[in-house]
Design a protein around this ligand. Structure first.
Ligand code: PGA
Length: 253
């Protein structure tokens, strides 16, 4: 069975102490998880080592970075390279979040470079895609997302693609309290999987977890995750609240 994943994206929230307390409380709750159910905490860079040591003895929990730079190393003040993440034991990294694309002008081509560097370090990319409202209203969301996938991922070999996690996050649903309906989510996830099948073959595409993101909370997670091609969620706001995030973990299939 495909991995079902609840991924917390803390974004630029919480102090170190608040983050440590939240992790402690979530782990102490000992939410029952099956072997195929996984929880990933994407925390700010300065908290990665702490978070990794919090989950060190937990088989269903991992830590992710929220971003990395697209060059291997060098004179890029303030940036963090995939190799640095590897050197502190990080196994996952979010890339291409719509906030990075919008506020930091990240392009599909740069994301392709990030993917190559991450995979080269054995770090699994959590690749975000998703359309803005204007594209959804024009009914062009399928081709828009397909272009994002093609320009950042289609250069990969199938055995590299197998390491990907995809997060579909319609921009109009992020932090707005407005979720895509369960039908809209399933429809896009099925489309993404069909695109991956065409490019990388059925077996690889069937093994890739596709997460939904955009105003997921305890109250709507179960309905959204119910979609056949929806393998969990990438959660922003609700991941900062212990009870909410635990409810989302409990909603994993
Ligand atoms: P949200 O954010 O859950 O606050 O909408 C999701 C995300 O941006 O990953």
């Amino acid at each position: 069975m495909r991995k079902q994943i609840a991924a917390a994206n803390w974004k630029m929230n919480l102090t170190y102490q608040q983050g440590e307390k939240l992790l402690d409380e979530i782990l102490k709750a000992k939410t029952p998880l099956d072997f195929h159910q996984h929880v990933i905490f994407a925390v700010p860079f300065p908290y990665l080592i702490m978070a990794n040591s919090e989950v060190a003895n937990e088989s269903n929990y991992s830590v992710a970075a929220q971003n990395c730079h697209h060059k291997k190393s060098g004179a890029f003040t303030g940036e963090v390279a995939p190799e640095m993440l590897y050197s502190i034991g990080i196994k996952y990294c979010i890339i291409g979040h719509s906030e990075r694309r919008e506020y930091f002008n990240e392009t599909n081509a740069q994301l392709a470079e990030k993917i190559d560097l991450l995979l080269g370090q054995g770090i699994q990319p959590i690749f975000c895609c998703g359309e803005p409202l204007s594209i959804r209203e024009a009914g062009s969301q399928n081709s828009y997302v397909e272009t994002q996938l093609a320009e950042s991922l289609f250069h990969l070999q199938p055995e590299q693609a197998e390491k990907l996690i995809i997060a579909y996050e319609p921009i109009w649903a992020i932090g707005t309290g407005k979720t895509a309906s369960a039908e809209q989510a399933q429809e896009m996830h099925a489309h993404i999987r069909a695109v991956l099948k065409e490019k990388f073959g059925n077996d690889i595409a069937d093994s890739i977890s596709i997460l939904y993101g955009g105003s997921v909370k305890g109250a709507n997670a179960r309905e959204i995750f119910n979609g056949e091609d929806v393998d969990g969620g990438l959660v922003g706001g609700a991941s900062l609240v212990k009870e909410e995030f635990i409810a989302i973990m409990e909603a994993l299939k």
